[in-house]
Design a protein around this ligand. Structure first.
Ligand code: SF4
Ligand code: SF4
Length: 134
């Protein structure tokens, strides 16, 4: 089972080896898609957790016991097809291949199921066609 979550770390936990503990204690793999962690500041990680459903639930409870905020985002990427000019710039930064250009028509294609809402595509769009629903 996989869950995409945003983890919010209090200042004192920013340098803890959280992903190591998840793997070692719960057999849960944490694939980090985006990290915003600066010294002496609250840190945020957008991660995909994968593992057995029970161990995943236990891992989330453990994270919460460490004062780490766990939120399962319902945030989604929106692409305004009336604005998009199919330049393909956004496809170059998409880490999952959710954005691509059709090989024949060269039109932008968006595979929502592959999108992990890392938001890296948003600032690359020259015509501001990409946004989120929240
Ligand atoms: S937010 Fe944009 S760059 Fe990130 S995975 Fe989704 S489509 Fe790709
Ligand atoms: S960068 Fe913007 S205009 Fe270019 S293909 Fe992506 S969404 Fe369309």
């Amino acid at each position: 089972m996989k869950k995409r979550v945003t983890l919010t770390f209090p200042k004192r936990l920013v340098h803890q080896p959280i992903t190591y503990r998840l793997a070692k204690d719960f057999n849960v793999a944490a694939n980090i898609f985006r990290a915003e962690v600066a010294p002496n500041q609250v840190g945020k990680l957008l991660v995909e957790l994968s593992g057995d459903i029970d161990q995943l639930e236990d891992a989330i409870v453990w994270l919460q016991e460490q004062d780490i905020g766990v939120s399962q985002t319902s945030r989604e990427i929106k692409i305004d097809e009336d604005i998009c000019v199919h330049c393909g710039l956004c496809t170059g930064v998409c880490p999952t291949g959710a954005l691509s250009l059709h090989p024949d028509s060269f039109k932008l294609m968006f595979a929502r199921s592959r999108c992990i809402v890392c938001e890296q595509c948003i600032p690359t769009c020259p015509v501001q066609a990409i946004s989120t629903n929240l």
